[in-house]
Design a protein around this ligand. Structure first.
Ligand SMILES: Cc1cc2nc3c(=O)[nH]c(=O)nc-3n(C[C@H](O)[C@H](O)[C@H](O)COP(=O)(O)OP(=O)(O)OC[C@H]3O[C@@H](n4cnc5c(N)ncnc54)[C@H](O)[C@@H]3O)c2cc1C
Ligand code: FES
Length: 521
């Protein structure tokens, strides 16, 4: 396993591999501020930037390095061509609100572009067009419906006969003026700007206790703050409400070398595989990234599955990369695969991020979550919106992104399948007695759940033949964790918490480590 301070799994993404670690000193004193932000991914850092611009005194605390969460594992399409389809958004939110939704994502891309220019951040930001094309299992009418709905929402979009760069002539739509960038170079640039202007960023600093007065870190230091913003991807301060409104998905990425300039810089996405028994049909997403003097990197993602329903998928996590490669080779001339990694996205049941005041809590505590596959723009929207809310400015997006909104009855299909499916999966495991799993049946480099003296443990056998045992009950709400053989982590099927082989939290909503016992055998 790679150092969890650097990235949250075994595999190293191209983004993390191509910049120096973004680390700062840990917090070692008590301190006062206007706003404390927990989480140093694109959400936390974008919010810090907007608040600093509005004149607030800001502190950011990050458990690992900056970008060590999902931002370092993204694919970095910057789009207002949203994953969940405009015709769906119109059905759930109505035409007028859908125009605001489209506008918010457009404004997010514009803001990133403006920041890069104004602050001279060299992060490979480029405007590119994006193409949505029909998956063979989908119906023509979904492209037609999307064209109409996206036009109605105010997007620049057109139906096209031929897509550039890709050997696929499925029915498609061109979304004009989308963008792409290198997310870690962007964060690096923002951190330099922020720290030069007095924003304090502390890494290797975990927020342990969080309330309306501020944060106490794991090392016992106190940050007193007028406002508290939780940007931990999935909120670690909200135990129940938000985790009943969204579901964790795992998604896979490969990076393939292609001859430099052989494919025009473009974004491509298919509409998803409707033959699979999934409420969100897994789709492919592809883009080009400059790599070195001779090659570009073709970055292709997909093969998603709900974390709690991985068994339904019947394909091992580590086999997903081969499927991506097969799909990619049918459409592009690639040389070889030089990167592979996976990551997690939170899918809100009503298709839109949750940004604003933490439900059922004090008014000065804010959250951003429910990123879905458009988390980079959602995070930037959070920068604008949370800064406005803290500064008492009206913003037309407030009610749309309000984390307290409840659209279950217009959007509930996904919710029931994934949430209930995850719980059933958990219950299916719970009564089973895994005593039969003998420790010696665990191969080096693998983990399994075993029962010892009536208690369940996750046991990992490392390559040196040492066993590492963690308590198997997730510290969020006690679901039984599962072994992720690809990223070599313990993942919780209920709401997406993840832990290292030594029980350290990699992803919330859990904020406490699992108990860890080494060499007990
Ligand atoms: C494979 C993949 C492809 C994607 N592709 C796209 C795409 O093309 N376009 C797009 O828009 N989005 C995409 N996304 C989604 C997007 O990358 C994410 O939504 C976004 O990066 C999330 O940013 P964040 O700041 O919310 O979370 P993170 O980057 O995860 O940051 C949260 C941080 O909080 C820290 N933290 C957690 N708990 C604590 C604590 N108690 N104390 C201190 N710090 C804490 C973590 O260490 C972490 O660094 C993709 C995601 C994946 C995984
Ligand atoms: S993430 Fe909620 S119980 Fe594990």
């Amino acid at each position: 396993m790679t150092d969890p301070k650097v990235t949250s799994g075994k595999h190293m993404s191209f983004w993390i591999d191509s910049v120096l670690p973004l680390s700062f000193s840990p917090l070692k004193e008590n301190i006062n501020t206007d706003v404390v932000i927990v989480g140093g991914g694109i959400a936390g850092i974008s919010i810090a930037y907007c608040l600093e611009q509005a004149g607030k005194k800001v502190i950011v605390v990050e458990d690992g390095n900056i970008g060590s969460g999902e931002t370092g594992r993204t694919s970095a399409h910057l789009v207002c061509a949203l994953d969940d389809r405009y015709y769906e958004l119109q059905r759930i939110y109505g035409s007028e609100q859908t125009k605001h939704i489209a506008d918010s994502h457009k404004q997010a891309i514009d803001l990133i572009e403006r920041i890069c220019k104004k602050e001279n951040i060299k992060c490979d930001f480029e405007r590119v067009d994006g193409y949505l094309f029909l998956h063979p299992t989908d119906k023509d009418e979904s492209i037609e419906k999307e064209l109409k709905a996206a036009k109605n929402a105010g997007l620049e979009i057109e139906a096209v006969e031929v897509m550039p760069g890709i050997k696929d002539n499925s029915k498609s739509l061109k979304f004009l003026n989308q963008a792409q960038f290198h997310p870690m170079k962007y964060l690096k640039g923002l951190c330099e700007v922020l720290t030069a202007r007095g924003v304090k960023i502390y890494t290797d600093t975990k927020a342990d206790k969080i309330d309306h007065t501020g944060v106490v870190t794991k090392d016992g230091f106190r940050i007193n703050s007028e406002y508290v913003v939780i940007a931990t991807n999935t909120p670690v301060n909200n135990k129940y409400v938000m985790h009943l409104k969204q579901y964790a998905y795992r998604t896979y990425v490969i990076g393939a070398r292609i001859k430099k300039g052989s494919v025009p810089k473009t974004l491509w996405w298919d509409t998803g595989d409707f033959s699979q028994n999934a409420e969100i049909p897994p789709y492919h997403y592809v883009r080009i990234q400059p790599f070195d003097n001779d090659y570009d990197l073709l970055i292709c993602g997909g093969e998603d599955h709900a974390v709690g329903l991985v068994e339904d998928d019947k394909i091992n996590e580590e086999d997903k990369y081969g499927l991506l490669e097969y799909w990619l080779r049918q459409r592009f001339e690639i040389i070889d695969i030089v990167y592979q990694w996976s990551g997690q996205v939170m899918e809100p049941f009503d298709s839109l991020g949750y940004i604003g005041r933490n439900p059922k809590d004090e008014k000065n505590i804010f959250i951003v979550t429910g990123d879905s596959g458009n988390g980079l723009t959602h995070a930037t929207i959070a920068g604008i919106l949370i800064s406005d809310l803290i500064n008492g400015k009206d913003n037309p997006w407030e009610s749309i992104y309000d984390p307290s909104r409840f659209k279950l009855f217009s959007a509930g299909k996904t919710y029931f399948k994934e949430l209930v499916g995850g719980m059933i999966n958990y219950l299916k495991q719970k009564p089973k007695d895994p005593k039969s799993v003998e420790l010696q049946s665990i191969r080096p480099g693998q983990g399994k759940i075993v029962e010892l003296d009536g208690k369940k443990f996750g046991v990992y056998r490392d390559k040196q033949d040492q066993f590492h045992m963690v308590g198997a009950e997730c510290t969020h709400m006690k679901c039984i964790i599962k072994w992720n053989n690809d990223e070599q982590s313990w993942d919780c099927p209920c709401h997406g918490s993840r832990f290292t082989t030594e029980g350290k939290v990699l992803n919330g909503p859990a904020n406490d480590d699992l108990s860890y016992h080494a060499d007990k055998f």
